[in-house]
Ligand binder design. Structure first.
Ligand SMILES: Nc1ncnc2c1ncn2[C@@H]1O[C@H](COP(=O)(O)OP(=O)(O)OP(=O)(O)O)[C@@H](O)[C@H]1O
Ligand SMILES: [Mg+2]
Length: 278
């Protein structure tokens, strides 16, 4: 593609992207909004001028081929990239209208409101009980009764309570992969976040465990906002309300999931969801 055509294409994409965002914004129940977000790993420009919104109590999926910046984007929503050496961020990510990259905001605090689940379940090498109550204890909760309530509620919400209620003091490492992932979700719920970021949470799980997590995500949105990165197109179509398609560090198209899958506006999106590349 010559430079002139590419520049025109990118301009058209960003104009239509802005129009879509304006349309979706109308409801004003936005919990996260990034504006002109750029990110570099040394001189690798990994996120290019991302403008995107996330609606409260909805599931937003981020899709796109490997290396396009999905994990980088989701990590920038709770400043998880801060710890990476050589990483530089420009632009803003607003959480409830406040820039999380602002001077006086601590990353620790943000992560209390915006929790994260990783691709590979990462239970701590301690009991199920201690895993779940790790966060609340760090946040100085001491009331034993309250802690017990949090423990039970979080495990119930993550649909794990019945499977572990008789072995709470056993090591979390003895759970199956699917159970470990639900434990990690329960551990995140225990700190009562508002937003839950999930980076390919089911990619190492079998279809039954995957179905359980998908069902759980659907239940979670009554109380929480979920942003999920997935390589599984059917999964994005099944569980999300909004979908963002990324390619080479750019947000190519963002819209209601049904529209993205049934009537994509960009040729790149269409090629990707019909499996023509990626
Ligand atoms: N910790 C890091 N240090 C340096 N570069 C990184 C780091 N993480 C990601 N990158 C680079 O940033 C770009 C985007 O990577 P990212 O992991 O966000 O892609 P992705 O869409 O999540 O890919 P995948 O689907 O394979 O997980 C790539 O060029 C990658 O090499
Ligand atoms: Mg990734």
């Amino acid at each position: 593609m010559n430079l002139k055509v590419k520049t025109k294409l990118v301009k058209e994409i960003s104009e239509s992207q802005n129009a879509d965002i304006e349309k979706i914004k109308a409801g004003n129940d936005i919990i996260i909004e990034c504006k002109n977000l750029n990110l570099w790993y040394d001189d690798n420009h990994a996120l290019k001028d991302i403008n995107m919104i996330v609606k409260k109590n909805k599931v937003t999926a981020i899709i796109g081929p490997s290396g396009c910046g999905k994990s980088t984007l989701i990590r920038s929503f709770n400043r998880m990239n801060d710890v990476i050496e050589g990483c530089k961020t420009e632009g803003t990510v607003e959480f409830r209208g406040r820039n999380i990259y602002g001077n006086r905001i601590s990353a620790m605090k943000i992560r209390k409101y915006i929790g994260m689940i990783f691709q590979k379940p990462n239970p701590f090498p301690m009991s199920i009980y201690d895993n779940i109550l790790y966060g609340p204890k760090i946040h100085r909760m001491r009331d034993k009764k309250k802690l017990e309530t949090i423990l039970k509620n979080s495990l119930e919400m993550a649909v794990l309570w019945d499977e572990v209620k008789d072995r709470l003091k056993d090591s979390a490492l003895g759970l199956s992969g699917g159970q470990q992932q639900r434990l990690c979700i329960a551990r995140t719920l225990a700190i009562e976040p508002e937003v839950i970021l999930m980076d390919e949470p089911t990619s190492s799980l079998d279809p039954i465990a995957t179905a359980k997590i998908e069902e759980l995500i659907n239940d979670l949105k009554e109380k929480y906002t979920v942003i999920i990165v997935t390589h599984n197109m059917q999964q994005a179509a099944r569980i999300s309300d909004y979908t963002a398609f990324m390619y080479l560090g750019e947000l190519i198209e963002f819209g209601e999931t049904e529209q993205i899958f049934e009537n994509p506006q960009e040729r790149l999106t269409e090629n990707y969801i019909t499996g023509r590349f990626g």
